[in-house]
Write a protein that binds this ligand. Structure first.
Ligand code: ADP
Length: 265
């Protein structure tokens, strides 16, 4: 237990070592604080849907409700909250696997545009539900990546789904790719609510939401971007975000371009 700081009395090796040990102690303390905060968050996030499920099922079981319409509403809440629990457990499991490094990647040569197209195809239904158009300007160049296509698609799909979630109906989402300085950049631009400047540095943190009730109502777990960031790091990529409230948000992914792709390039 590194609880008390060591006194730093000299400037020699012993002094330097004492400083290093003190820094380590600080880091450990921070890690412990973060971890217990994380578990407190998990417990809260799990408790909320469970309390809805327990409450409404009890009301239904006791036959306290006469109206069929009201019964249906309560049953729908139970269904929604069960789905939320499933999503939460899946996301937590995904994060746990990543943090333990128990996480296999299967890289192969892929066209960036092909992965985008496949992510867009999966997002179409949700987008159509809100009359949101997804516009993709395919690249004129061939942008080859040596990357796990399933994981890359997961990252892109997650960002597109957020764009849909935080946009009003009938807005558009634009996707495009470009290449610069040996990097493939993938832009996902929405015309949604935007993210206030003061919140931007925190959106990749676990359970951080700009508007808690809004995220919750829209079915968010608060873990999506934490998973995205972790995945992007494992894929040797980078992620940036630009946003203006009321105008929209752009997420920009970057990955090192792969040359000599299976004889191409
Ligand atoms: P959630 O499940 O709440 O969507 P995420 O980790 O995916 O959690 O995102 C964290 C927060 O970042 C969201 O709650 C939302 O406030 C904000 N956010 C993410 N993407 C967008 C976007 N495209 N437009 C506006 N806000 C966004």
């Amino acid at each position: 237990e590194l609880s008390a700081a060591l006194p730093v009395t000299t400037r020699d090796e012993v002094g330097t070592l004492a400083i290093a040990i003190n820094d380590l102690g600080q880091e450990l303390k921070q890690y412990r604080t973060n971890r217990s905060e994380f578990f407190a968050n998990i417990s809260h996030e799990l408790r909320t849907p469970i309390s809805y499920i327990a409450g409404y099922s009890e009301v239904l079981r006791k036959g306290m409700i006469e109206s069929e319409k009201e019964k249906q509403q309560y049953a729908a809440i139970i269904e929604d909250e069960s789905k939320r629990l499933t999503a939460l457990i899946n996301d937590l499991f995904e994060l746990a696997k990543m943090e333990e490094g128990k996480f296999e990647l299967y890289p192969e040569w892929v066209q960036a545009d092909d992965v985008l197209k496949s992510a867009i195809a999966k997002a179409r239904l949700k987008a159509a539900g809100k009359k949101i158009g997804i516009i993709f300007d395919t690249s004129s160049e061939s942008l080859m990546l040596y990357i796990d296509p399933v994981r890359l698609e997961q990252v892109i799909l997650n960002i597109i789904e957020n764009a849909i979630r935080y946009s009003e109906p009938e807005r558009n989402i634009h996707l495009y790719t470009r290449i610069e300085k040996e990097q493939v950049f993938i832009h996902v631009k929405d015309e949604g609510a935007g993210i206030p400047k003061e919140d931007l540095p925190f959106i990749f943190e676990r359970f951080y939401r700009v508007e808690k009730s809004r995220s919750r109502a829209l079915g968010g777990t608060g873990l999506g971007l934490a998973i995205v960031k972790n995945l992007v790091e494992q894929l040797n990529g980078g992620i940036q975000v630009e946003s203006e409230t009321g105008k929209g948000t752009t997420f920009i992914l970057s990955f090192p371009v792969a040359r000599n792709a299976g004889g191409e390039g």
